[in-house]
Design a protein around this ligand. Structure first.
Ligand code: HGY
Ligand code: MN
Ligand code: MN
Length: 416
C-alpha cells in the first residue's frame, strides 16, 4: 500500500469524538464543559493520553501541561511533522472545537502505523493547555509557552477570577510535566479545526484553506462608582458604573459599524456588584474583545474604545482600571503549507476556499517557529462556543483525510 491510498477510519474518529464529548457533557445537549485544568479537563486529558499510550506513541508532557505524542522508532534528530489543537473547552462548548484537531491527528497517526508505510520523519500530535483562555487569560496559553512566547514561570503565576493559579492547578490534576519549554520545533505544523463561522456552509464549500489568523485584543475593564439606594438617591448624585458599562457596550458595537470590514467587538463578560435589584452598583467588571485582520485598524479600534471609555467614566464620575488579558497581532501562514492544504483538498476532489480565521488557534503560535497552516471544515449554521455546535460526519471524514494527506506531503518537503 502506498501513502496516497491511505484513508482514515471515519467510525473510529467519530466514536472518539463522542467518547471525549461525554466527559463534561452538558445535560440534555451534545455540548461539553471542560474548562482548562478542571477535573473534567483532567479526565479528558487522561482519556486521550490512554489512546496515545495504546498506540505506543512516545508521550512528552511539559511544564505547562502540553502533551505531545510522537511516532516511536525515529532518530531524535529528525524533527516531526506535527499536528494538534486543544481539548479544553469554553463553559458552553461543543464537542468539535479543538477536539477534532487532536483526535483527527491521532487518527492520522493510527492509520499510518497500521498501514506499515515507512516515513522519512515521524508524525506527532499534541494538545496545548488552555487554548480557550476562558478560565486563564490569555488564550492559546500552552502553545504560546511551547513556542517561547511567554516564560513558563510567568504562565504558572496566572490566576483565574477566583485567584486560583495555573501552576497549582497543574499540580492538582497531575499535569505539570518535566519536558522543557520552549518545546521541540517541528519540521512543520498543520491544524485541522472547525470554521466556527458560517462562510463554508453558506458557500457550500467543504475545505477552508486558512491563510492566517486575525489580530486579537482582550481588555478587562473595572469601573468603580458608588453603591447607594436605588430609591432614595437623586439621579444627579449617582456614580453608576453599570451605566458606563452599558454605554461602552453600545459604543464598541457602533465601532464595528463605523469601521466595517472584518472588525468585530464583543462584551462577553459583565459583572455588577452587588448585583441586587435595589442597589446602585459599586463596581462593574467587563471584558472587551476586539479583533481585526489588519493590525493598524485594530489599533485604531483600541484607541477609540479607550478614548470613549475614559470620557464616559469621567462624565459619570466613575473610576476606571484596565488590564490587557490578551493581545496577539494578525498572523499570516506559510504560503508553501497553505498551498499544500489547497492541493491535497483539490486532489481529493473537494471544494476549497482560501480564508482567514476569525478565531484564535494554537497554529498561530506555531507559525512563529515553523512553516504552519490550517484546514477548516464547515460548522453547521456557523455556530460554535455553543452546545449545539455540529459538523457533519462526511465533513469530518474529508477534513481528516486532507490532514492525513497534508502531513504525508509535509514529511517529504524541505523548507530551506
Ligand atoms: O477566542 C478564540 O478565538 C479561541 O476560541 N480561543
Ligand atoms: Mn478552538
Ligand atoms: Mn474555542
Amino acid at each position: 500500500m502506498t501513502s496516497t491510498d491511505l484513508r482514515i477510519d471515519r467510525d473510529r474518529l467519530i466514536r472518539r469524538l463522542e467518547d471525549l464529548g461525554a466527559i463534561g457533557a452538558i445535560d440534555g445537549t451534545t455540548g461539553c464543559a471542560r474548562l482548562a485544568l478542571t477535573d473534567d479537563d483532567r479526565d479528558g486529558r487522561d482519556l486521550v493520553r490512554t489512546w496515545m499510550c495504546d498506540l505506543g506513541l512516545d508521550i512528552s508532557i511539559d511544564g505547562i501541561g502540553n502533551v505531545v505524542a510522537t511516532m516511536p522508532g525515529f532518530d531524535p534528530a529528525i524533527a516531526p511533522v506535527m499536528t494538534g489543537s486543544h481539548i479544553d473547552t469554553v463553559a458552553t462548548g461543543g464537542r468539535y472545537d479543538g477536539n477534532l484537531g487532536v483526535l483527527a491527528g491521532l487518527e492520522v497517526i493510527e492509520t499510518v502505523i497500521a498501514s506499515g508505510v515507512e516515513l522519512s520523519r515521524p508524525l506527532a500530535v499534541g494538545w496545548f493547555t488552555d487554548e480557550e483562555g476562558a478560565r486563564f487569560a490569555p488564550d492559546m496559553l500552552g502553545s504560546l509557552v511551547y513556542v517561547g512566547g511567554m516564560p513558563l514561570e510567568e504562565a504558572l503565576e496566572i490566576e483565574d477570577r477566583n485567584g486560583i493559579g495555573v501552576g497549582d492547578e497543574l499540580d492538582r490534576i497531575g499535569y505539570r510535566g518535566a519536558a522543557p519549554t520552549p518545546g521541540r520545533v517541528p519540521h512543520a505544523f498543520v491544524e485541522l479545526h472547525i470554521e466556527q463561522g458560517p462562510v463554508l456552509e453558506d458557500e457550500g464549500i467543504t475545505i477552508g484553506v486558512v491563510e492566517g489568523v486575525q489580530g486579537i485584543s482582550w481588555t478587562e475593564v473595572t469601573l468603580t462608582g458608588q453603591s447607594c439606594h436605588a430609591g432614595t438617591t437623586p439621579m444627579r448624585l449617582r456614580h453608576d458604573p453599570g451605566v458606563v458599562a452599558a454605554d461602552v457596550s453600545l459604543f464598541v458595537r457602533s465601532l464595528t459599524r463605523d469601521i466595517g470590514g472584518s472588525q468585530v467587538a464583543t462584551v462577553g463578560a459583565l459583572t455588577l456588584h452587588p448585583n441586587l435589584v435595589n442597589v446602585v452598583p459599586s463596581t462593574a467588571v467587563m471584558t472587551v474583545d476586539l479583533r481585526n485582520t489588519d493590525e493598524s485598524v485594530l489599533q485604531q479600534a483600541e484607541t477609540r474604545f479607550r478614548g470613549h471609555l475614559a470620557q464616559a467614566a469621567e462624565a459619570e464620575g466613575v473610576g476606571v482600571d484596565t488590564r490587557m488579558l490578551a493581545r496577539f497581532e494578525p498572523v499570516v501562514f506559510d504560503a508553501r503549507v497553505v498551498d499544500v492544504v489547497e492541493a491535497a483538498a483539490r486532489d481529493a476532489g473537494l471544494s476549497t476556499k482560501r480564508m482567514p480565521s476569525g478565531a484564535g488557534h494554537d497554529a498561530q503560535m506555531f507559525a512563529r517557529v515553523c512553516p504552519t497552516a490550517m484546514i477548516f471544515t464547515p460548522s453547521v449554521n456557523g455556530i460554535s462556543h455553543n452546545v449545539t455546535e455540529y459538523t457533519e460526519p462526511d465533513d469530518i471524514e474529508s477534513g481528516a483525510n486532507v490532514l492525513l494527506d497534508v502531513m504525508l506531503r509535509l514529511v517529504e518537503m524541505e523548507f530551506a
